[in-house]
Write a protein that binds this ligand. Sequence first.
Ligand SMILES: Cc1ncc(COP(=O)(O)O)c(C=O)c1O
Length: 413
Amino acid sequence: MTTHPSWFDLSIKSALTAHQSPEHEQAYFVYQLDALKAHLAKLQQQDVIKLWFAVKANPLSKIIQTLDSEGFNFDVASSGELAQVLAQGINPERILNTGPAKTKKQLSAFLQQGVRTFVVESLNQLTWLNEAVIEQKLTDDKPAVLLRVQLQWQEGEKNPLGGNSLTPFGLSVEQWQSIHVDDFPALNLCGLHIFQWGNMLSNEKMYSLWGQMVAPLTGLANVIGMDLKILDLGGGLGIDYLDQGQTLSWPQIIEDLAKIKAQAGVEELWLELGRYAVAECGYYVVPVVDRKMNYGQEQLVLSAGINHLIRPAITDQPFPVTLLRSDNNAAQGAEQLFDIHGPLCTSMDKLGRLPLPNDVEVGDELVFGYCGAYGFTESMPFFLCHELAAEYVFQDGQLTKVRAAQAAASYLA
Ligand SMILES: Cc1ncc(COP(=O)(O)O)c(C=O)c1O
């Protein structure tokens, strides 16, 4: 009997094994929308935090629509993300704008399109937003503004959000102390934002980090004359990509955040979830094009790799994998470790050293799990002029194409 990893939702398996890839489709992403909806509904069963979706994790229309249907609001970090969320019919009042590269032009354009919630990350952004509100005569409809704070920590941990290293995300308490809310009369300066750690897998660690933020943040609010109503703690809730048995307890998070909310004395506590909202619902399916033994190591070469799925190269953490075969052609024999490579001319194009049945062969398809976040749009699809991945959704037992794969001719000039 074939066994399946816990992350693989078997309701999707027969649709994937039956799927015939059309021309130009080297590999595809598929998102299980029914499972996503059920997961999001669970996250909403609480009244402690207001939930936003960090669109950067997966901006596919159907994903945004599913989050919308479960009452999530949207954090956008570029004009492209804003356009995509508005195109799904979302009211701009449910959109929040974060990001360190906001120009005055972008801030003005966001205001014009109805966005009224901003996380500002520099003194310039603050001044420009204040000016733009006055220029657009919006002082009767002031935007809510949160200042993004970057703290320094004793612990030496780093990660893509910075951890303990200096990043362009926000400003130190000392820098923000140079302002006073009365200097920005066109803005409703009512909150603080802080987010420095990604993919956290320990409730205790998260609670400890959040707890250490409260005193410096409430202290800052006092100094600058801010009535601190909103605290936004960003994202960072992790996924156990390495299957180490370290999963976060959502009820514990809610219990911990209720305490943080009380300690900070805020009316609203916000999170903008990326991977914790959508990673589990997504899979990436890709065929094996070659298998060889090299210096005693079994190697598989896939038709696509980090050109579709770059995260393993950035974080050194693979996505988990399984072999996709119909039940009447089930894998035989024991598992062994394979080095799994993509087609690019760089040794970075490696999706991991992972266990697979030892009869895996050319023409087999592999399924990678937890690919619903930081997949299609995070990757580097143009290098070596390969095809762009397709994107499908699975809903009510049906596999539906949302984005067709595209040959290189579609983007080469
Ligand atoms: C401002 C902001 N909020 C939220 C997120 C989502 O993070 P995560 O996927 O860890 O939940 C990110 C990710 O980079 C971010 O930059």
